[in-house]
Ligand binder design. Structure first.
Ligand code: NAD
Ligand code: WQD
Length: 335
């Protein structure tokens, strides 16, 4: 198929673009590089043995989008482009509504105009909100607690409304839990800009000597060791989840929502142990009070995706940590 990938130079999009190339698809990447480097695209070419077509373009530029999608006669689009920092969305909400909501709206308008009605959207477990008790199934109440989460839920709603209005749409909304890890080659992975807020990239920064110690936020949660538990999922499993969802859309119209997670919760201390084990290095940490806005436990009920997509996340926490560390060791300054 001819498949467009918005945000394909970024962390998750680059892994999925590679998987699509390896499946034999023609891949057209649209990314404004606001949070990524075009070097990731060179690495993808190296790994796949052939290249994606790349346009440095903003998804809010309807004219350019129309031209690109028409020129390549795109048949399906995977929509990763957007901003993803919860903290930044609280301090600058309008840029989140602009990039994530307005960007997606413009994109959908162009898709409708071009009769291109096959789409996979990157949503997030953050739409479940803090009141829910894990594990989260797809029909749990949706109540995000920050502008980033609101922006994801708004796009989900647009997609549900579109599918209700026109039965020709084929849409998969994928709610990722906590993506982690990197391609096992060490050639592509996550490159945070600035000081990371998330556990995995910060822990990698400590392991590589960039930061003196990990700050563990909260030791009194009602979890087995008192630290927060999450559903970390290997980015390679996420990739195969997208390939499975795309396959499923070929014979199922409508709007389908799937959690992409392992269903297995791991604590912050489990992550520390796994990193120490795979790196052979000490990961010093300090225990601090809870981080505002955090929940004790967030993990998926992954059964719907397992049944409907015949897909399952297979890689362990140790593999996530080993592959992430391998990428960081080989690319200490990013791409
Ligand atoms: P990322 O920042 O690495 O990738 C996003 C890409 O989109 C970047 O390459 C960026 O340059 C591009 N982009 C941003 N705004 C754009 C715009 N207006 N026009 C064109 N390109 C634009 O992030 P990621 O971790 O790969 O996340 C991909 C998607 O998955 C995002 O939509 C994110 O919200 C979602 N998601 C991520 C996580 C996570 O923890 N990484 C979890 C759940 C959902
Ligand atoms: C995980 C655990 C922290 C950093 C976020 C977004 C979510 C999604 C994934 C995009 C928690 C603890 C963290 C640190 C720590 N992204 N922690 N020290 O908050 O589950 O999810 O990323 O959609 O929307 O909210 O991920 O990695 O920040 O935290 O102790 O330096 O690690 O308290 O228990 P989170 P995280």
């Amino acid at each position: 198929m001819r498949i467009a990938v918005t945000g394909g130079a970024g962390y998750i999009g680059s892994h999925v673009a590679l998987a699509l190339l390896q499946e034999g698809h023609e891949v057209i990447i649209i990314d404004n590089l606001s949070n990524s480097s075009a070097l990731s695209l060179q690495r993808i070419s190296l790994l796949a043995g052939r290249s994606a077509v790349f346009y440095q373009t903003d998804i809010r530029d309807s004219e350019a989008l129309r031209r690109i999608l028409r020129q390549h006669q795109v048949e399906a689009l995977l929509h990763f482009a957007g901003l993803k920092s919860v903290g930044a969305s609280v301090s600058d909400p309008l840029s989140y509504y602009d990039n994530n909501v307005q960007g997606s709206l413009r994109l959908l308008q162009v898709l409708q105009e071009l009769d291109l009605r096959q789409l996979i959207f990157s949503s997030s477990a953050t739409v479940y909100g803090p009141q829910q008790a894990a594990p989260f199934a797809e029909d749990a109440a949706l109540a995000p607690s920050n502008p980033y989460g609101h922006s994801k839920l708004m796009v989900e709603q647009m997609l549900r409304d579109l599918c209700a209005a026109d039965a020709r749409w084929r849409v998969a909304i994928l709610r990722y839990f906590n993506p982690a890890g990197a391609h096992p080659s060490g050639l592509i992975g996550e490159v945070p800009r600035g000081i990371p807020n998330n556990l995995m990239p910060y822990a990698l920064g400590v392991l590589s000597g960039r930061y003196p110690q990990l700050r563990i936020f909260g030791q009194d949660y009602p979890t087995p060791d008192g630290t927060g538990v999450r559903d970390y999922i290997h980015v390679m499993d996420l990739s195969s989840g997208h390939v499975a969802a795309l396959r499923q859309l070929q014979h199922r119209a409508g709007c389908h929502v799937f959690n992409l997670g392992t269903g297995r919760p791991y604590s912050v201390l489990d992550v520390v142990d796994a990193f120490q084990k795979v790196s052979g290095r000490a990961l010093p940490y300090v225990l601090l009070p809870r981080r505002p806005g955090d929940v004790a436990a967030s993990y998926a009920d992954p059964r719907l995706a397992e049944q409907a997509l015949a897909w399952r996340a297979e890689r362990s926490l140790e593999m996530m940590c080993a592959d992430a560390w391998n990428f960081t060791e080989h690319n200490p300054d990013g791409y």
